[in-house]
Write a new protein. Structure first.
Length: 82
């Protein structure tokens, strides 16, 4: 699941549902166990996003010139430059 605003600047990165939830819970102090579960949820969500992108791309982009992997899509769409 991906959350997006109705209009977004193309330079802005989108947030995943897990990232949005974490922002809503902060600045609450987290235990090590809670932090572990948040990181695990982020990892699982990333895997789902990249898998789905790769699966759909393999079905409809068999001869695309600008083909990118699910990992590339995730980095371009969700990861901010730090």
């Amino acid at each position: 699941m991906v959350l997006a605003t109705s209009y977004r600047n193309t330079r802005e990165k989108m947030k995943t549902a897990v990232e949005w939830l974490v922002e809503q819970l902060m600045p609450k102090v987290l235990t090590a166990e809670q932090y572990y579960h948040i990181e695990k949820a982020k990892e699982m969500e990333k895997e789902q996003i990249t898998y789905c992108y790769d699966f759909v791309s393999s079905k409809i982009c068999t001869q695309c010139d600008d083909f990118k992997t699910g990992e590339q899509y995730y980095k371009e769409t969700f990861k901010s430059e730090q």
